[in-house]
Design a protein around this ligand. Structure first.
Ligand code: ADP
Ligand code: MG
Length: 393
């Protein structure tokens, strides 16, 4: 229970009682996440290194005798009801959030798990659409709730895979495995190294004192993210096709070392060459980051974060004025080990590793410099690495 504040839990219980006239029998939480390094590597079979954050979705519920799932989103102030016998996707603006729990129920039943009806209230504090994966948290929390209500258990990796399948096939968003995986398997005070090809994973300790993760949100509305994302995927495919001529055994950019790349890069047109260079060097930076943190070398890890930002800005070309402004403002301050854009790019958030004694100045100066550079307001979220999804009640 340590991760969700007692106040939030209390309020949720109260709300549940007002709505359904009895105390909840179950409560679950699932966190959002921030990727510390390893960006745009997942669809190239590569490595990622996220941490779960101290922001989550809480769901309180009780089991019903029938096959109805009744949900009330406390944040949206809207309820949505469906039956487990015929799960349909909804398109009404106010109810679309319920497609995530619907998707999860659909995926669990497809897997042959018998579910039971529930009535529930959910409440979250992950800003939606900011790239901190509120959608994965909602899927995973819904999954854990539905499993608990039916007295079912599932291997955590399988739960993550089903949540990914739910988002891909039911909601219709072509996502990788990182978000669902970290929301399920996150470990307090650890980042999680994940090999997205083999799903091998390893929690790596972060310093437990003296340093915090600071997430700065550009608050820039989503623009060209989706089309640029698809374009980058295609450019990686193109780079792979070129490199296969020289390295016939490779299956993905993940299989290319930087020595091999240096040997053949001149044969690639400029754009696929730059995209491949980012992916190949980024994968290496993730492996170096894991080694650095295992040795407690936070300074080296910070340098790798900075190099990741430069690569995303210059080679992958997914940064933007707003992200660069946040990162440069962070770089200029003492006590900042490293800073980079995180997530798909073109907006969303920057992540920094900051010494505790430098926090106050960071919170003052970064938003101020950001305002001067862009005219926008940044929001700052301070966190440590949090535990993955869990049943609280
Ligand atoms: P991200 O995962 O980066 O936050 P997405 O667009 O993938 O952004 O997911 C955001 C969507 O998740 C919201 O539009 C909403 O449908 C759903 N969602 C997130 N948080 C909540 C919440 N607290 N209550 C209900 N739905 C939520
Ligand atoms: Mg999402």
């Amino acid at each position: 229970m340590q991760q969700a504040s007692a106040n939030r839990v209390e309020r949720l219980v109260q709300q549940f009682e007002e709505l359904y006239g009895a105390a909840p029998e179950l409560m679950v939480r699932a966190p959002g996440r921030v990727n510390l390094i390893g960006e745009h590597t997942d669809y190239n079979d590569g490595y990622v290194f996220p941490a779960a954050i101290e922001r989550d979705i809480l769901i309180a519920a009780s089991v019903r005798r029938d096959r109805q799932v009744r949900l009330f989103s406390s944040d949206m102030g809207v309820s949505s009801t469906f039956t487990l016998d015929a799960i349909e996707k909804v398109s009404a603006e106010g109810e679309r959030w319920s497609n995530y729990p619907r998707a999860m129920a659909w995926a669990l039943q497809n897997r042959g798990l018998p579910l039971r009806g529930v009535q529930a209230v959910l409440q979250g504090n992950i800003p939606p659409g900011a790239g901190l994966s509120s959608s994965a948290a909602l899927l995973v929390a819904s999954g854990l709730l539905l499993l608990s209500a039916a007295h079912q258990t599932l291997d955590p990796v399988e739960l993550a895979l089903l949540a990914q399948q739910a988002e891909r096939e039911f909601v219709g968003v072509n996502v990788g495995i990182m978000d669902q995986f970290i929301s399920v398997l996150g470990k307090k005070d650890h980042a999680l190294f994940i090999d997205t090809r083999t799903l091998h994973y390893e929690p790596v300790p972060l310093p437990t004192s003296g340093v915090v993760i600071v997430i700065a949100n550009t608050n820039k509305p989503r623009g060209l993210v989706d089309s640029a994302y698809n374009q980058r995927r295609a450019e990686c495919e193109e780079a792979l096709a070129y490199l296969k001529r020289f390295l016939p055994s490779i299956r993905a950019l993940r299989d290319v070392t930087s020595e091999e790349f240096t040997r053949w890069e001149a044969s690639l047109p400029e754009v696929p060459r730059k995209r491949a260079r980012h992916v190949i060097t980024e994968n290496e930076r993730v492996l170096q980051s894991v080694e650095a943190l295992k040795k407690g070398d936070i300074t080296l890890f910070g340098h790798l974060m900075n190099a990741s930002h430069n690569s995303l800005r210059d080679d992958y070309e997914v940064s933007c004025t707003e992200l660069d402004a946040l990162v440069e403002a962070a770089w200029a301050l003492p006590g900042v080990y490293g800073s980079r854009m995180t997530g798909a790019g073109f907006g969303g958030c920057a992540v920094s590793l900051v010494a505790e004694e430098a926090l106050e100045r960071f919170c003052q100066e970064v938003p101020q410099r950001y305002r001067e550079a862009t005219g926008r307001e940044a929001t700052i979220l301070i966190t440590r690495a949090a535990q993955g999804a869990e049943r609280l009640l």
